[in-house]
Structure formats: C-alpha cells, structure tokens
Design a binder for this molecule. Structure first.
Ligand code: HEC
Length: 252
C-alpha cells in the first residue's frame, strides 16, 4: 500500500515512474490517458496530497526560485496551473530506463550467464504474451486470477468501464527494474519475486473471466519447477538499470 499525507493509506500500490513517454495509458486500471493531467489526481486526492492546484500555484508564486525557473522555461514568470502540470509531465517524460544488462546484452556489450539465458527463454515461452516487447507490457488489461480483496474493494478495469467482463482486470505492468519495485501487484500483496512466481504456479484462481493464457488445456496457472522460477528471476534481474535507479542522470 502507498502512504500519502499524514500517512493516510491509498488503495493502490504506487507504480514506478519510468518510460512513461512510451506508454498510452497510466495507472493500474487505465483511468488516465493524458500525462499532462495525470498529476492533478495525486495533488487533489484526499489520501495522497490533499491539496489543490490554486494552493500549489500560490506556494510556487511565493518562492523566488520557482519564479526564476518558470521564467527560464516559459519566457515569463507567470505561474499557472496548466504550466505546473506541463512542467511535471515534461519531467516525467525524461525518465527513461533503457540501460539494463538486458539492453546491453541486446546491443552485444554484455553477456548473459547461462542461468539468465535460460530464464529469458522460459520468460519468452511463459510470460511474454502479456509482458511483451521492450517495455515488457502489451498495455492490455487482464484477469490473472487474484482473489478479490474486500478491504480495498478494487475491481480494476471494472471501476472505469462498469462492464462486469472487466472485473479484476488490471493493466499488465512493465517489468523493467522490477527487482527494485516491491511490493508487487496492484495492491502490493506480494513482497518478493519468488512470491509472485509461486502465485502464478500454485495460487491462480479460476475466475469466470480468468485470462485464457492462464488456463491452457484445462490447467489453471503457469507450470514451473523451482529451478525454472529461479532462472526466470535471474532474467528479471537483468532488467535492472543501475544508472536509472541511482539517478545518475539527474544528479549531474
Ligand atoms: C495473462 C497475462 C499475463 C501472463 C501470462 C503473465 N503476467 Fe505477470 N502480470 C500480468 C498482470 C495483469 C499483472 C498485474 C496484476 C495485478 O496487479 O493485479 C502482472 C504482474 C506481474 C508482476 C508484478 C509487477 C509489479 O510491478 O507489481 C510480475 C513480477 C510479473 N507479473 C511477472 C510475470 C512472469 C515472470 C510471468 C511468467 C511466468 C508472468 N508475469 C506472466 C499479466 C500476466
């Protein structure tokens, strides 16, 4: 769970801000498509920042440094809500993670251990229909057979479409830097990658709209031996981008 102002609890696990310039939808249920408007939600939501755009603009106007920076960015020091939101989204667009061991392996400047190579082959076979492409998401909404958590009452995509077929469907998340983004899943129910893989192999619930990829030939879940899980995790760790994580680019 993510903690907001005064330690208030939100119902969702905050997703990583990375590679957003390449994505079409944001958040677990895809409720927003417009990155410029996206920051309005956390600014105003009571359990996140519980503020308002006029309050933010007022605070920035009182700070000479911000007035200087707005002048540099926009040509005059007029601070408006629209400019604030644009500045935040432009900043998010610069956060690109594309220098992991996986990327270097593809460029031929790093090589995989045999564990990592086997993990990649297994991943391509068992996971990449949903976690596809270079962002490791096809940006679709899928029901992966997770039990419904009455405490948070989050039915995922259903909250946006009110179509019962979308019950418990969540956006396929990118897996870049996943080693560092625990807890996992929309509600942060798992704390380790091992727990996520144990869920896929043993605890997928056979719900009426369970994704067909998770129920093949009548078998519910994804079959994996513990060695296979270990190799897949070794592969997932190649998606970590140290320069991005340690923020070297932004510290310069
Ligand atoms: C049917 C599509 C599908 C398949 C196949 C699939 N996933 Fe997922 N995966 C998802 C969706 C959807 C979520 C988000 C679910 C949620 O939060 O409720 C997810 C979440 C995850 C997460 C959590 C990421 C985070 O940031 O919280 C990991 C890790 C993961 N999957 C790894 C895998 C691995 C490894 C495989 C193969 C063994 C796999 N997935 C197969 C659709 C899929």
């Amino acid at each position: 769970m993510s903690h907001g102002i005064d330690d208030k609890l939100g119902i969702i696990n905050a997703p990583a801000i990375q590679n957003m310039v390449f994505l079409k939808n944001f958040s677990w249920d895809g409720v927003s498509h417009n990155l410029d408007e996206r920051s309005l939600v956390p600014i105003t939501t009571d359990f996140e920042m519980d503020s308002s755009l006029p309050e933010v603009v007022g605070k920035l106007n009182a700070d000479a440094n911000y007035k200087k920076m707005f002048k540099a960015a926009y040509g005059d020091d007029n601070i408006t809500g629209e400019r604030v939101l644009k500045a935040i989204s432009q900043f998010m667009r610069t956060m690109i993670s594309a220098d992991s061991k996986y990327d270097r392996h593809k460029k031929g400047t790093a090589s995989f251990t045999s564990e990592e190579s086997q993990g990649m082959a297994l991943f391509q076979n068992k996971c990449s229909s949903c976690h596809s492409g270079e962002l490791f998401t096809d940006e679709s909404y899928r029901n992966t057979g997770m039990y419904y958590n009455a405490q948070y009452d989050d039915r995922g995509r259903y909250r946006v479409t009110l179509d019962w077929n979308d019950n418990m469907k969540f956006r396929v998340p990118s897996l870049r830097n996943v080693e560092h983004t625990a807890p996992y899943m929309h509600d942060g129910r798992f704390y380790t990658l091992e727990a996520v893989l144990n869920f896929y192999s043993d605890n997928v619930e056979d719900q009426p709209n369970l994704d067909p990829l998770l129920k093949q030939n009548g078998h519910v879940g994804i079959s994996m031996t513990s060695l296979e899980k270990q190799n897949i995790i070794a592969f997932l760790k190649t998606l970590s981008d140290q320069n991005f994580i340690t923020n070297k680019k932004f510290a310069e």
